[in-house]
Ligand binder design. Structure first.
Ligand SMILES: Cc1cc2nc3c(=O)[nH]c(=O)nc-3n(C[C@H](O)[C@H](O)[C@H](O)COP(=O)(O)OP(=O)(O)OC[C@H]3O[C@@H](n4cnc5c(N)ncnc54)[C@H](O)[C@@H]3O)c2cc1C
Ligand code: FES
Length: 257
């Protein structure tokens, strides 16, 4: 895993929903290496511990990365205070990204809430071969649907309360529909109950599936044992892996749900 640490200038900042921000950071050497599904580990000013945020956009020509995050606590609140011109202290790119399948004809990108952003680099790769199924609690949390459109992917938006989007309810209903029509792969990121439900559908139907897990992290590079995740190997034997180093992307059948 090749990564670097540096201070990189923020070149763009946008508020895209309540307490949710999109930042673009100029970091050409990181952008040159970054892959869909990897993350950056950011040190908020005045803090000792970094915060992991998924890579939501890679522009190698411009030498930039995009991240999208929601304020959850003091660390992300401090990050949200930053502005274009400020330098972001990052270690990146970290983790194992998603497996890209050049032959796949139709893939589903399933994102829940703030798990939607890491689906964007996959939408860029698959274009019109991708259907992005995004789930939110209500219209207030909806983000990035127009970005999927711009990348050529079909966007299906679901809200639990039915306040917006084509589907009232969970992401699994449109996912099951797509699987019944024929789907080569499913990629998912979001809250654990959603990932578990998506994995259950995929394992039951024999559909190839990778999930990106979230775990609290400290070092981010496999050195502190802070982000252990219970998995099983090919023989079904239990093993603990690091979400930061061995993940955050795992095969659905690897995870001990
Ligand atoms: C690989 C990875 C990628 C991520 N990508 C994104 C992203 O693209 N956008 C985004 O908004 N967030 C993302 N997160 C979550 C983000 O790292 C946390 O929200 C952030 O670290 C919270 O820091 P804080 O100081 O603001 O909050 P804290 O004060 O540290 O915590 C606030 C609340 O969030 C919970 N929390 C903290 N860290 C996590 C975590 N890792 N998983 C679940 N709950 C947590 C705490 O238990 C607490 O309830 C990602 C996490 C991981 C591990
Ligand atoms: S965060 Fe230190 S081992 Fe993963």
């Amino acid at each position: 895993m090749k990564y670097m640490q540096g201070s990189y200038p923020i070149v763009e900042k946008q508020a895209i929903a309540t307490d949710t921000f999109s930042f673009t950071v100029r970091c050409p050497e990181v952008a040159a290496l970054a892959k869909p599904g990897q993350f950056v580990h950011i040190l908020p000013k005045g803090y000792g511990l970094r915060r992991p945020i998924s890579i939501a956009g890679i522009d190698r020509a411009k030498g930039t990365l995009r991240i999208v995050f929601a304020i959850r606590g003091k660390g992300t609140e401090a990050l949200a205070q930053m502005n274009p011109g400020d330098d972001m202290d990052m270690i990146a790119p970290l983790g194992h990204g998603f497996t890209l399948l050049p032959e796949a004809q139709h893939v589903a990108l399933v994102g829940g809430g703030i798990g939607v952003p890491p689906m964007l680099p996959l939408a860029k790769y698959y274009g019109e071969r991708a259907t992005a199924i995004s789930g939110f609690r209500s219209f207030k949390q909806i983000i990035l649907q127009e970005d999927f459109d711009a990348l050529g992917a079909q966007a299906i938006c679901c809200t639990e309360d039915g306040s917006a989007g084509a589907v009232k309810g969970f992401v699994t209903a449109p996912l099951e529909q797509l699987i019944s029509e024929g789907l080569d792969a499913v990629y998912a990121c979001g809250p654990m109950p959603m990932l578990k439900a998506v994995a259950e559908v995929c394992l039951r139907t024999g559909t190839w599936c990778e999930v990106s897990l979230e775990e609290r992290m400290a070092c981010g590079v496999g050195a502190c044992l802070g982000c252990a995740c219970r998995t099983k190997d090919a023989n079904g034997e239990e093993q603990f892996l690091h979400v930061c180093k061995n993940g955050p992307v795992f095969k659905a059948e690897e995870v001990q749900w």
